[in-house]
Design a protein around this ligand. Structure first.
Ligand SMILES: Cc1cc2nc3c(=O)[nH]c(=O)nc-3n(C[C@H](O)[C@H](O)[C@H](O)COP(=O)(O)O)c2cc1C
Length: 329
């Protein structure tokens, strides 16, 4: 069975990309993922703040530190521990240790000084660059146009500096979703990673303090990327990789059928160990066998919105409408 696929111009031996996370934050971790069969790895993200802190400490201004207020102590610590230099070493080490593509990752929210470091990531050997962008639309001063413009500005700035393929890992809460995704794909990016996952606040009722929601996803979370990859397939000018809720070989088969080129997987590997990559691939292979598919392109996109008899299936959102339409209840 041929599981090879292409994502953002990179040849992958199979569609599983280990998602950016602690598992890909060390050379040993990356090697383990490659030895366990991953098609590619997205390295643990470097945070825009880390890059700015590095610049700030080099210039001795401290200005950036002050901008981050109470978080600055944490930031200082974090920068000491995991500064840009270490990240470049991670890229170099990972590239030496494995033969699968290594995707560098930056978490960012703005344009400006940090983007000058994008070239360093390329020079360290990264095969591609994933920009994990999430701009919290929490300030009433900024409308959707202002916020969306920042995504375009970041891409434009980074694109000027690097020649390796760029992907955007983004969220799903845009009112003009299809329009925005299509427009982003016209900027020359090579991939959309749908979707990113971010810290969510929770409240501890016992201690009356703020805490965090669990970071792991659930298998049902697959619904989000499945819908949007199905809808966007053929409407965007770049490859798509599913991320969020791909916990099994079956889930992997589904996002490929909807039109994804690959899938970023994190939670399932965290929970089951690196060997689980092989289990997911075996399940995918077995399922392909039952349908007589010999390679991914035999079925990729077969059930995207353009290829199904009832395209509204991807758009139905109200349960009442769904049930009456199908004559149920
Ligand atoms: C512990 C943990 C750490 C993560 N760290 C990052 C990160 O640094 N950068 C990033 O872009 N995504 C990060 N993610 C998100 C994952 O890469 C992935 O997109 C997300 O978990 C959805 O995939 P999943 O359903 O397979 O977990 C992290 C996820 C987890 C669980």
């Amino acid at each position: 069975m041929d599981l090879t696929t292409r994502f953002m111009g990179l040849e992958l031996r199979n569609p599983i990309i280990v998602g950016s996370s602690g598992m890909t934050g060390t050379v040993e971790g990356v090697k383990l993922m490659a030895d366990s069969g991953a098609g590619a790895v997205a390295l643990k993200s470097l945070f825009e703040e880390e890059i700015l802190m590095q610049i700030s400490s080099m210039s001795g201004s401290g200005a950036i530190v002050n901008n981050y207020g109470e978080a600055s102590d944490y930031m200082r610590y974090y920068v000491r521990e995991e500064n840009v230099g270490n990240y470049l070493k991670l890229i170099e080490g990972a590239k030496k240790a494995v033969s699968i593509p290594v995707i560098a990752s930056v978490n960012c929210v703005s344009t400006g000084e940090w983007t000058s470091y994008a070239k360093a990531l390329q020079d360290a050997g990264a095969d591609a660059l994933e920009l994990n962008i999430f701009i919290m639309p929490s300030d009433p001063k900024y409308n959707s146009e202002n916020i969306e413009k920042r995504y375009f500005d970041i891409v434009a700035d980074v694109k000027k500096l690097v020649t390796i393929p760029i992907s955007l890992k983004i969220g799903h809460q845009f009112s003009g979703m299809a329009h925005f995704m299509a427009a982003l794909s016209n900027t020359g990016i090579s991939g959309l990673v749908l979707f990113n996952r971010f810290y969510s606040p929770d409240i501890d009722l016992k201690t009356l303090t703020m805490t965090a929601m669990p970071v792991y996803t659930n298998p049902e979370d697959l619904a989000l990327p499945l819908r949007w990859i199905g809808i966007l397939a053929g409407k965007v000018k770049c490859d798509m990789s599913a991320s969020t809720g791909i916990h099994t070989g079956s889930a992997l088969a589904k996002v490929l059928l909807a039109g994804a080129a690959s899938a970023h997987v994190a939670t399932a590997i965290y929970k089951n160990g690196a060997n689980y990559i092989g289990v997911m691939l075996e399940d995918l292979t077995a399922w392909m066998g039952t349908h007589g598919f010999k390679k991914i392109d035999d079925f990729r996109g077969r059930l995207n919105q353009k290829n199904i008899d009832d395209p509204l299936h991807y758009e139905q959102a109200q349960f009442m409408k769904y049930f009456s339409h199908h004559g149920k209840n």
